[in-house]
Design a protein around this ligand. Structure first.
Ligand code: GDP
Ligand code: GDP
Length: 447
C-alpha cells in the first residue's frame, strides 16, 4: 500500500463537450485546489488537480473546457486532446451523457479509444435518480466492457467508480513489481527534471557512450519513461520522458511535462533540476524545486546552455548562483553546476556529486553533537512567540532514525513558534552540518 501511495497515477476525463467532464472533475477533486492551466491566446483552458480515495492519491485531468470555436476546429481540438490523454494517462474515463444519448461524436471518440492500449472506463453520466432510461446494450455498442453509471452533479455512483480506480491502480502496481530494474532499490536512481527544451535528453545522450550503457525501455508499465542503466556510474538515469515537439501541441507540452515530472521525481533518489541559462530561474522552476523538496529527494541544479549564455556577458556564474540561492533560501546549499549538455562542458562532476548528495541524505547526526552545536545558538536567539507573555525555550533536539533527515526540537510551547523560526533553524543546521542538496524536515514538539 505504501508504494501505491507514492505512485501518483494519472486519470483523464475524456468526452465531447457538455457531457459533464468539468462537473465530474470538480466532484472528484473536491475542495482541494485545482490547478488551472490557462493557455493564453487560445480558446480553452485545461485543469488538473489531485484526488484521494481510501488514502490513495492520484491526479485528475479535465481535458475539456473548450469555449466557442467553429465546429471544425472544435473537432480537431477534441481529437488532439484525446490522443494526448491516451498517451499520458494511466486510466481514461470516457464520459457520455444519458440525457442526450449516444451521438456521432461519442462513437467517433469511442473508435479512437478502442484502438488504444490503455484502461478505459465508460462512464454514463447524468443518471440523477439512479435509473437509466436506456438499456445496457445501448452502451455495449460503444465497445467497452466496463461501464459505470453516475451523476456527476449529485455524486451518486462516483464511490463505486473510485473503488474501481483504486483497484486498477493496485493491479498496475503489481505488474510494475515484476520489473526488476524498477524495483531494484540498491541501484541509485538519478532523474533529470526541468521544463521542456532545457536540454534534458541532450544531457542523457551526452552521458551515454555506446560502450557504457544499456537502454531499457520499460514497456508494459504505465510509466512510459526511458530508464537508462549507466554502467560507468552504476546508476539509473531517468529522463522525464517523451516530450513531443510538434508545435501544434506546444501548450500541451508544458502541461504534460509537469504531470510526468511528478512521476519522475517520485522514482528518484536525487533529481537534477535543469534550467536554461538564458531563461533564468522562473516560477515553474521554483515549482519543480518545491516538488522535489516536498518529496525529500536530493537536488542538484544544472544551469544548461551556458555555452550560449556566457557570451552575452550578463552575469558571471557567481552572480547567477547568488540569484538562485536567494530564491531557494533557506535550502540554499544545493550544488549548482553551469554546463553545456550539448558540448559536454562541465558534466563530468555531476554524477559524482549526485553520489555525495546520496551520502548526505543518509547522514545521521549524533544527538550529543547536534545538541552541543544547536542549543547554544537557539538559546542566544530564542523564538519570538506568536502570543505575548510566553517565553519559549528549546530544550533538546534529535535527528529521527528516518531515511531522510528529520529533526525534532522539543519546546515548552511548540504551538507558538513561528514559521520563520523554522527557517532560521534550518539555516543553522545547514551552516553547521553537511546536508548539501538534501531537503531536511524540522518539527517542534512539546517536551
Ligand atoms: P463538459 O463540457 O463536459 O465539461 O461539461 P460540464 O461539466 O460543463 O457540464 C455540462 C452541463 O451538464 C452543465 O450544465 C452541468 O451542470 C450539467 N451536468 C453535469 N453533470 C450532470 C449530472 O450528473 N446531472 C445533470 N442533470 N446535469 C449534469
Ligand atoms: P529536453 O526537452 O529538456 O529534453 O531538451 P532537449 O535535450 O531536447 O534540448 C532542446 C534543445 O536545446 C535542442 O535543440 C538541443 O540541441 C538544445 N540544447 C540542449 N543542450 C544545449 C546546450 O548545452 N547548449 C546549446 N547551445 N543548446 C543545447
Amino acid at each position: 500500500m505504501n508504494n501505491l501511495l507514492k505512485m501518483n497515477y494519472i486519470v483523464s476525463i475524456v468526452g465531447r463537450p457538455n457531457v459533464g467532464k468539468s462537473t465530474l472533475f470538480n466532484r472528484l477533486v473536491g475542495r482541494r485546489k485545482a490547478i488551472v492551466h490557462v493557455t493564453s491566446g487560445v480558446t480553452r483552458d485545461r485543469i488538473y488537480g489531485s484526488s484521494e480515495w481510501n488514502g490513495v492519491q492520484f491526479s485528475i485531468i479535465d481535458t475539456g473546457g473548450f469555449s466557442v470555436l467553429t465546429n471544425d476546429v472544435l473537432e480537431k481540438e477534441i481529437k488532439n486532446q484525446i490522443f494526448i490523454a491516451i498517451k499520458e494517462s494511466d486510466v481514461i474515463l470516457f464520459l457520455i451523457d444519458i440525457k442526450i444519448g449516444i451521438l456521432d461524436a461519442d462513437i467517433e471518440i469511442s473508435k479512437i479509444l478502442r484502438k488504444c492500449q490503455k484502461i478505459i472506463l465508460l462512464v454514463v453520466n447524468k443518471i440523477d435518480n439512479g435509473k437509466s432510461i436506456y438499456s445496457d446494450t445501448d452502451f455495449f455498442r460503444l465497445g467497452f466492457e466496463r461501464y459505470y453509471y453516475i451523476s456527476a452533479i449529485n455524486g451518486s455512483g462516483t464511490g463505486e467508480l473510485l473503488d474501481k480506480l483504486i483497484e486498477i491502480f493496485k493491479q498496475e502496481l503489481l505488474k510494475k513489481k515484476e520489473n526488476i530494474l524498477l524495483e531494484n532499490k540498491s541501484i541509485p536512481r538519478f532523474s533529470i527534471v526541468g521544463r521542456p527544451n532545457v536540454g534534458k535528453s541532450t544531457l542523457i545522450n551526452s552521458f551515454l557512450n555506446k560502450k557504457h550503457h544499456i537502454v531499457t525501455n520499460i514497456s508494459g508499465t504505465t510509466r512510459d519513461s526511458l530508464d537508462v542503466f549507466y554502467k560507468k556510474y552504476e546508476c539509473i538515469l531517468v529522463d522525464t520522458p517523451g516530450v513531443r515537439k510538434k508545435s501544434k501541441i506546444r501548450d500541451n507540452i508544458e502541461f504534460y511535462s509537469i504531470m510526468r515530472t511528478f512521476k519522475t521525481i517520485e522514482y528518484a533518489d536525487v533529481c537534477f533540476l535543469m534550467i536554461d541559462a538564458d531563461r533564468g530561474w522562473k516560477k515553474q522552476d521554483m515549482n519543480i524545486f518545491r516538488l522535489v523538496k516536498k518529496n525529500h529527494k536530493g537536488i542538484i541544479i544544472l544551469v544548461n546552455k551556458w555555452d550560449l549564455f556566457h557570451k552575452k556577458n550578463v552575469y558571471t556564474q557567481k552572480d547567477y548562483e547568488c540569484l538562485i540561492r536567494k530564491k531557494i533560501y533557506p535550502f540554499y546549499n544545493v550544488p549548482i553546476f553551469f554546463i553545456s549538455a550539448k558540448n559536454k562542458d562541465g558534466i563530468h562532476k555531476i554524477l559524482p556529486m549526485a553520489y555525495d548528495v546520496l551520502k548526505f541524505r543518509n547522514h545521521r547526526l549524533k544527538t550529543n553533537i547536534l545538541n552541543k552545536i544547536m542549543l547554544p545558538i537557539l538559546k542566544k536567539k530564542p523564538p519570538t512567540p506568536k502570543k505575548k507573555n510566553k517565553f519559549i525555550t528549546i530544550k533538546y533536539c534529535t535527528q529521527l532514525p528516518s531515511c531522510t533527515p528529520k529533526f525534532i526540537f522539543f519546546s515548552n510551547f511548540p504551538q507558538y513558534i513561528k514559521e520563520s523560526y523554522k527557517r532560521f533553524v534550518e539555516n543553522k543546521i545547514r551552516s553547521h552540518f553537511d546536508f548539501i542538496g538534501v531537503p531536511i524536515q524540522i518539527f517542534f514538539r512539546k517536551k
